[in-house]
Design a protein around this ligand. Sequence first.
Ligand code: DX5
Ligand code: ZN
Length: 220
Amino acid sequence: MKDIGIAPSILAADFGYLMRDIKAVENNADYLHIDVMDGHYVNNISFGIPVIQSIRKYTDMKFFTHLMITNPEQYIKAFADAGSDNITFHVECSEDPDALIDEIRALGKSAGISVHPDTPVEKVFPYIGKVDIILVMTVYPGFGGQGYLESSDERIRRLRKEIDDRHADTVISVDGGVCAENIKKIYEAGARLFVAGSSVFHADDPAAAVDELKRCCTLS
Ligand code: DX5
Ligand code: ZN
């Protein structure tokens, strides 16, 4: 993957005009971030497999499916078949993350593991080098539009150091509260793939908002 990437989260899109909103960012963004919530792991329900199948027909964007669901092992194949390119599950939701990672890979998809803000970041260290992406939640999962948790900086730094010490190529992604004002310092902490919902889709020009996030990140 490139040095930095932006993944707009469609949770912040207007679902009544979902393809219009996706089309607005498809040439500028690197991934489309797709938040699946089941009302069990998180206190909200978003959308699921049929929606992914539908939007898959109309864009070639890479789909990054963020599963905020219990029992993810029951649904990996369905989300792969629906058109996901990356499937990311929560470390808190799996008793056997290694098996899940293997299954995602066997389906030809890139694999990610995510960590809740209240879970020690060290909990995902065993998967460094095994997963393509570690998704550090920088808000409490379940809702868009929350503020970035400042305690995340230190967690990202610890994870960055561990990845670098092991010379692994696992990418650190962050999810929640990312905006033009804070993306640079999150980059400096060590993140490289930035999920952004509100700061992209609530902007007047979502494509320009993606470009602005990239620009802020690379400013010296
Ligand atoms: C929260 C989701 C995020 C959310 C980010 O549970 O996982 O992807 O859409 O939205 P913003 O960027 O608005 O915090
Ligand atoms: Zn997400």
